[in-house]
Design a protein around this ligand. Structure first.
Ligand SMILES: Nc1ncnc2c1ncn2[C@@H]1O[C@H](COP(=O)(O)OP(=O)(O)O)[C@@H](O)[C@H]1O
Ligand SMILES: [Mg+2]
Length: 314
């Protein structure tokens, strides 16, 4: 039982094995009240789903050891009956299925993924949190956990980076945290300038390299902007000294070089990475003429269904 685990799309021929793994996985779980309807799945019911919206199977040594049924939840891909055979649990199979599901979601043009979980199964909830899912809804013991997919946008010119910041501004409110990552000159400050314009804040947004943080109050009634450069910060204590918590009460916080440091400030955040797009391997990878791109990784329930990608795509 040690072969490489491979995930692929389920075919009608997989349906019997898929039902078997769904039932086997169920047998290893505690009985819930109300009970899960997992055991009610039949070859007929699973066959209908596989034909209509698809499924994924995880295979090792030619044997189906895990499966998930896919569902169409509007803008989100739904994961149902996530199952791993008891003999193969603890090998990261759920993670492999989840990653493959993200690829499917992207192919289908979904902005995110959601999965149901039961409040009585905290380990399952933990597992989904670990995979970047956030709790977005609860009805009695039934939890809905969801994840907004990361996406990348091309920003060929400095003006495109500025425009991106400008387009993001209307979606933001006080308390929102943005963590900007990218080499020196990648465009972090340029992006923040557009954001400041979009927010309508006082003062010129400039590189805050020689001061650690600069506050730009709103000129209207929207949130202000607190612009932090964490490059020379010694650590989390020095970040604490900036007292961003109180700034976040009225402002959006943007932290350049904040990766690995500022995440603790807020459970919900946007992790924005500016980079030069990797060139063709044969031409030697990254060089200065490579087009630039911005990757946006939404973290937390705040961004689920917030329409981020549509708003930023312009
Ligand atoms: N696509 C682009 N996005 C952002 N900046 C760009 C782009 N193309 C050229 N530039 C230039 O690169 C520099 C980026 O500087 P800056 O925004 O201060 O980077 P950082 O804050 O990441 O160190 C600016 O001079 C900007 O005009
Ligand atoms: Mg900068």
């Amino acid at each position: 039982m040690t072969g490489t685990v491979r995930v692929r799309a389920a075919t009608p021929a997989d349906v019997p094995a898929l039902v078997a793994v769904v039932h086997a996985a169920f047998a290893s779980r505690p009985v819930l009240d109300p009970p899960s309807t997992q055991l009610l799945e039949t070859e007929e019911s699973v066959g209908v789903v596989v034909a209509a919206t698809g499924g994924l199977v995880a295979e090792a040594d030619g044997e189906v050891i895990g499966a998930v049924l896919l569902g169409d939840h509007g803008d989100r891909l739904g994961l149902h009956r996530v199952s791993v055979h008891p003999d193969h649990q603890g090998r990261g199979v759920v993670g492999l299925l989840a990653r493959a599901a993200e690829d499917v979601a992207r192919d289908r043009g979904c902005s995110g993924i959601e999965v149901g979980a039961r409040v009585e199964l905290p380990q399952t909830v933990e597992l989904w949190l670990h995979h970047g899912y956030a709790l977005v809804d609860r009805a009695g013991p039934h939890l809905t956990m969801a994840k907004e997919l990361p996406f990348a946008l091309a920003v060929p010119e400095a003006d495109d980076a500025r425009a991106l910041g400008h387009r993001l501004a209307p979606l933001l409110r006080a308390g929102d945290l943005l963590i900007l990552t990218g080499d020196l000159g990648a465009g972090k400050t340029t992006f923040t300038q557009g954001l400041g314009q979009g927010l309508g804040v006082r003062g010129q947004v400039t590189s805050p390299t020689f001061i650690l943080a600069r506050a730009h109050p709103s000129l209207g009634d929207g949130p202000g902007l607190v612009h932090v450069d964490a490059y020379r910060l010694g650590g989390v204590e020095e970040l604490d000294d900036l007292d961003l918590d109180s700034a976040l009460a009225t402002s959006v916080a943007v932290v350049e070089w904040g990766e690995g440091l500022a995440e603790s400030l807020a459970e919900d955040r946007l992790e924005i990475t500016l980079r030069r797009r990797r060139g063709d391997e044969r031409s030697g990878g990254i060089d200065d003429t490579d087009p630039r791109e911005v990757e946006v990784r939404p973290v937390g329930a705040r961004w689920v269904g917030a329409g981020l990608r549509e708003a930023l795509s312009g």
